[in-house]
Design a protein around this ligand. Structure first.
Ligand code: BJW
Length: 229
């Protein structure tokens, strides 16, 4: 029998032990910033400098040499190299730790901190430094239209067609380090649970924990390598 298609969904919890903050834990990003101020298109239209400052700081933190992929990112990269069937790693994370660990069959559904997008010409490219409301686009030269390549509330997540196609084929769905509070990702388990095996690996039960066939609770750096090997 052919190896089943695996879809893995990851969230901020997988990067917590690499030193990056989650969103909804007591010490998380939303404890220090209001979503309405920094993570909506309306916030960006109102105060682009504030929003860019928020993402500039997180982009700079990602370049700190102490921030590296952990054993959970590495185990998923190993699974990607090894698994003979179809596999798609769908991350909600805007960090690049799965990329650095070596995962290749990877979708960043909420975008990437290390990329910027021009609102004038639509070009998306790598971005290492800070963005400001005056930053010109390297592709078209227009000033004032560069924004972080991330998905804010009210915007469409990226590559949904590819994700839905993988979910349609899915024989095993694994959710790792996500609170299950944000849609459409939080709805994936409902889509597949009647035809696929479903497994949650999270520090604590997520909002949708009861929807999974099996749930294991603990740190990602312990649970994910144990699942993969
Ligand atoms: C550990 C650990 C360790 C800790 N080991 N675990 C009702 C129904 C459907 C939709 C909606 C609805 N009401 C509103 C909506 C729309 C809205 C939404 O979902 N709102 C909710 C608040 C209800 N969604 C949207 O607007 C999305 N777009 C959309 O829906 O378009 C329409 C559409 C419809 C149908 C199909 C397709 C499209 C866009 C959402 C964009 C989210 N953007 C953010 C910011 C990205 C940029 C940035 O990083 O700043 O994405 S918000 C933030 O939340 C970020 C994350 O990716 C996302 C999810 O968070 P995550 O990863 O789950 O983190 P936490 O902190 O919540 O959880 C961490 C977990 O890890 C915890 O459980 C810990 O216990 C655990 N953990 N340490 C293992 N060591």
């Amino acid at each position: 029998m052919a190896a089943p298609t695996i879809v893995i969904l990851t969230g901020a919890g997988i990067s917590r032990e690499s030193g990056l903050h989650t969103f909804r834990d007591p010490d998380g990003i939303w404890a220090r910033h209001r979503i309405e101020d920094v993570a909506t298109p309306e916030a960006f239209a109102r105060d682009p400098a504030l929003v860019q400052g928020f993402y500039n700081a997180r982009r700079a933190a990602l370049r700190d040499p102490a921030i590296r992929p952990n054993a959970a990112h590495e185990a998923l990269a190993e699974l990607d190299w090894r698994w003979p069937g179809d596999l798609l790693l769908v991350t909600q994370n805007v960090d690049d730790l799965h990329d650095r660990a070596g995962s290749r069959r990877l979708v960043h559904m909420h975008g990437e901190l290390a990329k910027a997008r021009c609102l004038r010409c639509g070009a998306v490219g790598p971005w290492e430094g800070d963005l400001s409301p005056e930053t010109p686009c390297p592709a078209c030269g227009a000033a004032g239209g560069m924004r972080p390549h991330v998905v804010w509330f009210g915007e469409l997540p990226l590559e949904m067609e590819r994700i839905e196609a993988a979910l349609d084929d899915c024989g095993l769905f694994v959710s790792i380090g996500t609170s299950g509070a944000v849609y459409p990702a939080a709805g994936f388990v409902r889509e597949v649970r009647h035809r696929a095996e479903t497994l949650e690996l999270n520090l604590e039960p997520s909002e949708g924990s009861h929807l999974f066939g099996e749930a294991r609770h603990g740190p990602a750096t312990v649970l994910v390598p144990a699942f993969v090997r």
